[in-house]
Design a protein around this ligand. Structure first.
Ligand code: FCB
Length: 475
């Protein structure tokens, strides 16, 4: 590890309050593999990944990190890492293969064992109920475009709550509903691959309703843990002072940030600017009783932060891992570069100060309605070899994590720009290099390198850096 890294560790450790949670986050579909083993049913993502051209280089999620068979080894890696908490997702089709009806004993047992192994290792489980793997039979009935998926999701959540509620410390209902709507239903670059553009908005409302019903179902099931949601947020900036850029940035901000958080935290959808009203019309029709169901008190708010977004007028060179799609070319705006920042392997700007700015913006927007907050995902991919022998000097990832955690802590400390935000913890995305959705195995985000031929795990320098941070805090 670099000297610079070890200095940053002491500085950061000194800023962590005693109860602050250090964790790592993951998602079932990205790591488990064994897609048809142990009675698991197919998900919309299984079907999407089989369609030629949907995943970069035709990579398959069938094995991924083989975590389904190697969970004890992975928990051991986390124990040695010294983290306080592990955020994982429960695969809905693994525990309820059809998304409705009977539950799968082998699937339930898998998560039972995982939770017990975590507790034995002194790691507090944070369970996400939905990280994008909708059971395929439900996707065939419209997925989140169909209102009844919200009710099915609440039933599944109740069952998970009854089974694991005595041991899970934190529950996350949905992961990034914005990504599901934008990438999955509006642009077609993620499962289920629909390109409905603004006609995808009912999938927002149904996911939010699913969230609200799930919160109530978990509470009715008597779960002991806290309940929250994980939303992706990005500060949105116009590419220039031109009025059209500013207006479209506002529209993008609504789509990206506000239509998910406002109903959950405030109980209503935001008012779109006049010219954008026709696009958002379907959300304006939400009933009061739906909004009451969505607006449930939360124990915490989960923030996934990767980068800010710049918006410019007109269709443009937006791109997904599999190229510019036809749907993107039909949008009235595109995202533009931030030339002042370096970029990650995904081409995302590295802009840690925007994490502090974002915390400020969230507090300004939601005030007392903003619950105490966890950063539920933060991390970066950088080009790294597929096969390694010996140490992996991922100084770029160490710098990324140290600067993001550093800015979040500075912003929320007394005198910081977001000192009135209660920051409870930070989860690195992610423990293992894994199946990065449409980008296949091309983007390595892990603290631990995975060789996808041998499945060998090799901790990178960033793993040892995070370990040093966890230790320094206790020293
Ligand atoms: C987030 C997703 C997560 C992972 C990271 C890189 O948007 O929640 O599954 O893909 O991006």
């Amino acid at each position: 590890m670099t000297v610079q890294g070890s200095v940053a560790v002491q500085v950061l450790a000194a800023r962590l309050s005693p109860g602050f949670t250090l964790g790592v986050a993951s998602a079932a579909f990205q790591i488990e593999g064994s897609l048809s083993a142990g009675g698991r049913g197919p998900s919309g993502w299984d079907a999407f990944a089989e369609k030629p051209g949907s995943i970069l280089d035709g990579h398959s999620p069938a094995v991924a990190c083989d975590h389904y068979n190697r969970a004890p080894e992975d928990v051991e890696l986390m124990r040695a890492l010294g983290i306080d908490s592990y955020r994982f997702s429960i695969s809905w089709p693994r525990i309820q293969p059809d998304g409705t009806g009977p539950f799968n004993a082998a699937g339930l047992d898998f998560y039972d064992r995982l939770i017990d192994q975590l507790l034995e290792a002194g790691i507090s489980p944070m369970a996400t109920l939905y990280h994008w793997d909708t059971p395929l039979p439900l996707e065939h009935r419209g997925g989140w475009m169909n209102r009844s998926t919200a009710e099915r999701f609440a039933e599944y959540s109740a069952a998970a709550g009854r089974r694991f509620g005595d041991r899970v410390a934190q529950w996350v209902t949905l992961n990034e509903p914005v990504s599901v709507t934008l990438n999955g239903y509006a642009l077609g670059v993620h499962a289920p691959g629909h390109d409905l553009l603004f006609k995808a908005l009912p999938s927002v409302h149904h996911q939010l309703l699913g969230h609200g019903l799930a919160v109530q179902a978990l509470r009715a099931a008597g779960v002991k843990g806290g309940i929250g949601v994980a939303n992706l947020h990005s500060p949105v900036r116009p590419a220039s002072r031109k009025i059209s850029d500013r207006l479209l940035a506002k529209v993008f901000d609504l789509m990206m940030n506000r239509v998910y958080a406002d109903p959950i935290l405030l109980g209503h959808y935001p008012k779109p600017p006049l010219i954008a009203r026709p696009w958002f019309r379907s959300l304006g029709k939400a009933s009061d009783s739906d909004l009451r169901n969505i607006h449930q008190p939360l124990d915490f708010y989960g923030l996934n932060y990767y980068c800010p977004v710049k918006v410019a007028t007109g269709p443009g060179p937006d791109h997904s891992p599999v190229g510019t799609t036809e749907a993107m070319a039909r949008l009235p705006f595109h995202t533009a570069d931030f030339p002042e920042y370096g970029t990650t392997g995904f081409g995302w700007p590295v802009a840690p100060e925007h994490l502090g700015i974002l915390l400020r913006e969230l507090k300004d927007r939601y005030g007392a309605a903003l619950p105490p907050l966890y950063i539920t995902e933060s991390g970066a991919s950088f080009p790294e070899p597929d096969h390694v022998s010996g140490p992996i000097a991922d100084t770029n990832r160490i710098d990324y994590l140290a600067s993001h955690l550093g800015h979040a802590l500075a912003a929320t400390s007394p005198g910081g720009i977001a000192e009135d935000v209660e920051l409870l913890g930070y989860y690195v995305w992610t423990l293992l290099d894994n199946f990065e959705w449409a980008a296949g195995f091309s983007q390595r985000f892990g603290l631990v390198h995975v060789d996808f031929d041998t499945l060998e795990r090799t901790p990178k320098d960033s793993y040892y850096w995070y370990q040093a941070l966890a230790r320094a805090r206790r020293a």
